[in-house]
Design a binder for this molecule. Sequence first.
Ligand SMILES: Nc1ncnc2c1ncn2[C@@H]1O[C@H](COP(=O)(O)OP(=O)(O)O)[C@@H](O)[C@H]1O
Ligand SMILES: O=C(CO)[C@@H](O)[C@H](O)COP(=O)(O)O
Length: 498
Amino acid sequence: MGYVIGIDLGTSAVKALLVDREGTVRAEAAREYPLYHNYSGWSEQDPDDWVRGTLEALRELTDGLGAEADAVEGISFSGQMHGLVLLDGAGAPVRRAILWNDTRTSEQCREIERTLGERLLGIARNPALEGFTLPKLLWVRQHEPEAFSRAATFVLPKDYVRYKLTGELHMDYSDAAGTLLLDVANKRWSTEILDAFGLSPQLCVPLVASHDRVGELSSDAAAASGLSQRTGVYAGGADNACGAIGAGILSEGVTLCSIGTSGVILSSEADKDRDFGGKVHFFNHGKPDAFYAMGVTLGAGYSLSWFRRTFAPDESYDALLAGVGDVRPGAGGLLFTPYLVGERTPHADAVVRGSFIGIDGSHGRDHFARAVLEGITFSLNESVAIFRAAGKTVDTIISIGGGARNPHWLQMQADIFDAEVVALETEQGPGMGAAMLAAYGCGWFDSLEACAARFVRHGATYRPDAAAVRQYAGLFDAYRQVYAQTRGLGEALLPYRA
Ligand SMILES: Nc1ncnc2c1ncn2[C@@H]1O[C@H](COP(=O)(O)OP(=O)(O)O)[C@@H](O)[C@H]1O
Ligand SMILES: O=C(CO)[C@@H](O)[C@H](O)COP(=O)(O)O
C-alpha cells in the first residue's frame, strides 16, 4: 500500500493527513502553536514552532504506521499565505514571522501605491494590502534596520518548514503571488517592483511549481519524523490554492467557500488576463498555468473563535452552536460585522472594527451566536456579489474549512449566498489539496483532475430556502450600510485601543 501525506500549516495549528491511493484519509494528527499579538494590529508566530509541530504530527502518523512508514511515497504542503519569514545567511529566522492578518503596514501600503501607481495592478495583479508580504519587508527595513541588514532571503511559512525538512530553499508560484513581488502572468520575480524599492533580487528564492519535487528529507528530519529519507518532498501551495485543489476546483464553474481563521470565496480562472480591477485578489493556482480570483474576509472563523474564547471558553463549537437552529434567520434583529482585525473584501481597511447592532433585551446567547455566523456569511456574500457583478455565475458553492462542520451554518450559507452549497464527505480543508499535490507529483496520476476524480467526494447538498433567501436579502442591504455608518466611530475609538 502506498501513502502520501498532506501538511496544512494553518494559523491556529498544523494538521497532517495520511492518505492512501484511493484518497481515503487513513490517519491525521495536529499540533497547535501560539499567536503573538503584542500590539493592536500585530500578529506574529515563531517559525520554529511550525517546524516542531510539523515534526511531532509526522511522528504521530509514522508511529501509527509502524513498519509501513516506508510506504509513504511523498509529502507536500499547504501554507497560510503572505507571512514574512526573513532568514539570515545561515538560514535562521532574523525575527518572528509577521503574518497575513497583521495590519501594521498601512504606511508602507501607501508608499507602494505612490511608487508604483497603476503598474502594481498590471504586474502583481493585486492592490497593496497590509496582509501581503512586500509591505512587511518595507516595514522591517524601516523599523528594524538591524534585523533587515542580517536578512539574506525571505520565504513564506510553509517554505520555511520545507526548508528545515530538506535544506532546500524554494517558493511555489501560488504562494509567491501573495508577496506582491511576482509578475503573476509571466511567473517570474518582478525586477521592476524589486528595483522600485531598492530590494536585492538575492532576497528572492527560486520559484517552482506546486507539484515539483524539490528534494528529499535530511537525515535529521527523517529521524525526527520517522519517515524514510527516500520520501519525495513536493513544493506545495498557498492554503487557498490547496483548498481549491482539495475541493476539486480546477476549472471555472464551481465556486469555493472556505472558512478557516480567515474566510474566502474563490473561483478558478483559466485566463491570466481576467480583470477584476483589484476588487478581489488574483493569484496563480496550484494547478500548472491556471489562476484563481478570491475575496477575503479577514476575521471569519476568527470571529467565531473569539466569541467562543470570550463567552464560552469551556464549550466546544458544537455545544456553543447547538441552539442557533432555534433562532430564526435574522437573529431577532441583531446584526454583527466581523471586522475584529479590520477587513479586506470589499473594504480594504485595517482600522475598522466589528460591531453588534440592534441588541434587544430579548436576545440571549443563541441570538448572538447566530448573529456572529450570519455576519461572517454576509461578509463573504460581499465577495459573491462582486463575482456576480463581474458576470460570473455563482450557483454551486463547495464549502470547506472549520465553518463547514456545522449543518446550520451550511444551510445559512445556501440561504445567504442564494446558491446550492455542497459539503465534502469528510472535511479535510487544504491538507487534502496538499496530499493531492504529492500524489500527482509522485506520478500516481497524469493530472490533478484525474487525482480529483478519485480523491474528491461530495457529501450533503444544502439548497436555498426561498423564504430565508428573501429575508436575508433585506438584512444584507442593512448589513452593507453598517461599514460606512460605523467607520468614523471606529476611528474615534482608535486612541483607546491597546
Ligand atoms: N464544529 C465547528 N462548527 C463550526 N465552526 C467551527 C467548528 N470547528 C471549527 N470551526 C471554525 O473553524 C475555524 C478553524 O478552521 P480551520 O480550517 O481548522 O482553521 P485554520 O486552517 O485557519 O487554522 C475556527 O476558528 C472556527 O471558527
Ligand atoms: O491571507 C489569506 C489569503 O489572502 C488567508 O487566507 C491566509 O492564507 C490564512 O488562511 P487560514 O489560516 O484562514 O486558512
